[in-house]
Design a protein around this ligand. Structure first.
Ligand code: ADP
Ligand code: MG
Length: 731
């Protein structure tokens, strides 16, 4: 903790932040209520629709949700009317079309239900047309050149598969309608449209394969998602004094705390009461919004926590994940806390990820990535799992590209998160089964008593296939895959789109191969094993069960297995421009070449903007906060030394000269950084990204070295920024 301020010293904002925290009144609490009462109380879900709609209208809505297709105009009118009744009875005066632009954030267009009549009186009005179609400005959101400012028209349209809901502020509620966002020319300007398309594409190919496998009745196949969200909580009084946290979400400077995470005493430790009160507030709101919050715990780093819901259909889970991030941020504020979703808010301790658990399944065959217990289901499992292996191997760089952001670059490959090399972890038992398939002899005695594998019978696996591997970016975890390289601040839509798309492509491949072999007279079993063997021969190199952090893997992956190691966003985003990727998205019908190109442009711009803002801010903080504080301290030190000398006392100039030279180094680095910021390459997106990665970031790093060294040497009482110790340990 910092020293007492003396009259001669400037009053310390850090000290008053500390006082604010000590004196902060407890946040308002609400009485608890049973889940049954809370659950989906603010959602216009199927239960409420059923109660509010005529039977035939409800049936038509239900059918559209289940089978897809367009909502009939008259049906839309009736639904809109029922929605309005419900929302206005709950006090809503406004509705909002909620959509998901390419920025990872959530956007809303608010409109009143009010309609003014000829005589000046007002009524509330909400038609089917307004429900299914809104019109925000399409050019103001990043669109990668699809829309220029003079071509502004963009449309939002209700996504009937995601229910509308009420969002509450202390001053009332707003009726929110989840929508897709498309341009006047029909291109997807958002993250939801491709997600819906990718799901439909995956469904088509999964249906076909299941039918080839002899399934008579096949319900629509949907992808599922359960996203584990990691985050940090820091008291807002400290954040207010750190413009880096305020503007960029991460600390650009900060000497490590003497105590970090080395004791491993935070992970799954008792949750601090203040934090638990916050969590309960969030969870309660999630329940009223129909979001199934399921687990909460402390994470590895001090001040770091995690929340995960029960999994849902990928599209709904994605909307709910966006809402969860919003709730975490807004609720933290009410509790005097700031929720940091950045991937690396603090150097030297773990960053935050978002593990995206993903599977595919339907109502008739169940979870298609569940190893199951009957031979017939195992056949399905092996082919679906094999399709995933092929997909990850063929399109690993795409999976790398969809998790490429400026924030996530600090995390991937930093011995706390998976490496940037995309491989698949199957667990020892499954890995063994696929190896047997590769050598063409499925004898299956790997785990005696559990797996009986014969040529005629298909294998039976343990539900929990052995150990976990925390170092793998893409791990099979019993009945699903867990994509662990996703950043905490990212929308899960991009990763889900990529996974669904590569699976659709691979299922099509598997379907084609299987069909050809069946037509040639092979039995289903022989044909299936042959297809799987081919997959393992061509794509088995992506399966890796060892330590993903090790140097040996980094060498072996690249040199022996031909996997790519795309170190940062500047390297990874280029993947979106590769012909194979363009072909993939176009053939599966998920993104047109124009839509894909626009995503490259937008994500590249986001990367450049993020780093340029950080660079400018680092410069400003160093020059206007750190340098003056250090100069003040140098003045004090020198005059003390001067006095000591005049009294002929022993004195040591070592410290003062170290500080002086570090401060000099700080100024010189500032000058270089200033020059680099002012001279980016123009008109060359890739060059601009490289400039950020290879010039700005290293300069910021050396500036940080000087600043952090100074923090360890100068008087704590005059240091202008809250320290790591304060931010991580004071709650
Ligand atoms: P862990 O930290 O052990 O990986 P968690 O319980 O924190 O596990 O999170 C696992 C997540 O995986 C949860 O959101 C869970 O609902 C989700 N999940 C479980 N089964 C599936 C599935 N079939 N499809 C998608 N997600 C799933
Ligand atoms: Mg977890």
């Amino acid at each position: 903790m910092m020293g007492k301020t003396q009259d001669s010293m400037p009053s310390s904002p850090r000290l008053s932040a500390f006082q604010t925290i000590q004196e902060r009144p407890a946040p308002a609490t609400r009485p608890t209520a049973p889940l049954k009462e809370l659950w989906a109380q603010d959602v216009f879900d199927l239960v409420k629709m059923k109660a509010a709609l005529p039977k035939d209208v409800f049936k038509s809505v239900q059918k559209t949700i289940k089978d897809g297709g367009k909502l009939d105009g008259t049906v839309a009118n009736v639904v809109a009317q029922a929605m309005k009744e419900w929302a206005t009875s709950r006090g809503a005066l406004y509705y909002a079309h909620v959509f998901y632009p390419l920025t990872n954030s959530t956007a809303e267009k608010h409109d009143g239900f009010i309609s003014v009549q000829g005589d000046g009186s007002t009524i509330t009005e909400f038609t089917g047309k307004v429900l299914v179609q809104g019109e925000p400005d399409g050019s103001s959101f990043p669109n990668g050149g699809i829309r220029s400012t003079f071509e502004a028209r963009g449309y939002t349209a209700w996504d009937i598969t995601s229910p509308a809901f009420l969002m509450e502020t202390p001053n009332g509620v707003t009726f929110c309608i989840p929508t897709v966002f498309i341009s006047w020319t029909g291109e997807a300007l958002d993250k939801k449209t491709p997600l819906l398309r990718s799901n439909a594409a995956m469904n088509r190919q999964a249906q076909r394969l299941l039918k080839l496998l002899g399934c008579q009745e096949v319900a629509p196949v949907n992808s599922s998602c359960g996203a584990e969200q990691e985050y940090f909580l820091v008291d807002s009084s400290f954040v207010a004094l750190r413009s880096d946290l305020l503007l960029t979400g991460r600390t650009l400077f900060g000497h490590p705390s003497a105590k970090g995470q080395q004791f491993d005493d935070h992970y799954f430790g008792a949750i601090p009461e203040r934090v638990q009160v916050f969590m309960q507030d969030v969870e309660r709101q999630m329940y009223t919004l129909g979001i199934p919050a399921k687990t909460r715990h402390n994470e590895v780093a001090p001040g770091q926590f995690e929340i995960a819901p029960f999994f849902e259909a990928a599209n709904v889970a994605t909307d709910h994940q966006q809402l969860t991030m919003t709730l975490l941020k807004n609720t933290a504020r009410k509790h005097g806390l700031t929720c940091l979703l950045h991937e690396k808010p603090f150097e030297g301790i773990n960053g935050s990820g978002k593990h995206v658990n993903w599977s595919v399944g339907n109502a008739t065959q169940g979870n298609l990535l569940d190893p199951g217990s009957t031979p017939h289901e195992n056949m399905q499992f092996l082919l679906f799992c094999g399709a995933v292996i092929r997909g990850v191997h063929s399109y690993g760089p795409l999976l790398r590209a969809v998790v490429a952001t400026a924030g996530n670059d600090h995390r991937l490959g930093a011995n706390e998160a998976p490496p940037a090399i995309i491989s698949v972890y199957l667990g020892s038992q499954l890995e063994d089964v696929f190896k047997q398939i590769l050598v063409g002899e499925v004898t299956g005695s790997a785990a005696a008593g559990v797996m009986q594998l014969g040529v005629d019978t298909l294998p039976e696996f343990l539900k929990d296939p052995g150990d976990r591997n925390r170092t793998s970016p893409f791990a099979f975890t019993g009945n699903r895959f867990e994509f662990r390289a996703v950043g905490s601040n990212q929308s899960v839509a991009g990763p889900l789109v990529a996974m669904n798309t590569i699976l659709a492509d691979s299922l099509q491949f598997v379907g084609n191969e299987l069909e050809a072999k069946l037509n040639a007279g092979d039995s289903l079993e022989t044909a299936a094993y042959a297809v799987l063997k081919g997959i393992m021969q061509n794509h088995g190199a992506v399966v890796f069960g060892g330590d993903g952090y090790s140097k040996e893997w980094h060498r072996m992956a690249v040199e022996e297995r031909g996997l790519e190691n795309l170190h940062n966003t500047a390297e990874a985003l280029g993947v979106l421009k590769r012909p194979a990727i363009r072909e993939l998205f176009a053939s599966v019908g998920v993104l047109s070449p124009v839509e894909l190109e626009s995503r490259y442009e937008v994500y590249a711009e986001q990367y450049v903007l993020a780093i340029e803002v950080e660079a400018k801010l680092a410069l400003q903080m160093a020059r206007t906060q750190i340098y003056p504080a250090v100069m003040g301290y140098l003045g004090q030190l020198s005059s003390s030394l001067h006095h000591q000398e005049s009294l002929a006392l022993p004195c040591d100039r070592g410290l003062v000269s170290t500080i002086a030279s570090l401060n000099q180094q700080l100024l010189q680095t500032c000058t270089k950084l200033d020059g680099a910021i002012a001279n980016p390459p123009h008109g060359d997106v890739q060059g601009h990204m490289n400039h950020c990665a290879n010039t700005l970031l290293p300069l910021m790093e050396s500036l940080r070295e000087a600043v952090d060294s100074l923090e360890a040497l100068v008087d704590d009482a005059i240091w202008p920024l809250p320290t790591y110790q304060e931010m991580l340990f004071i709650k």
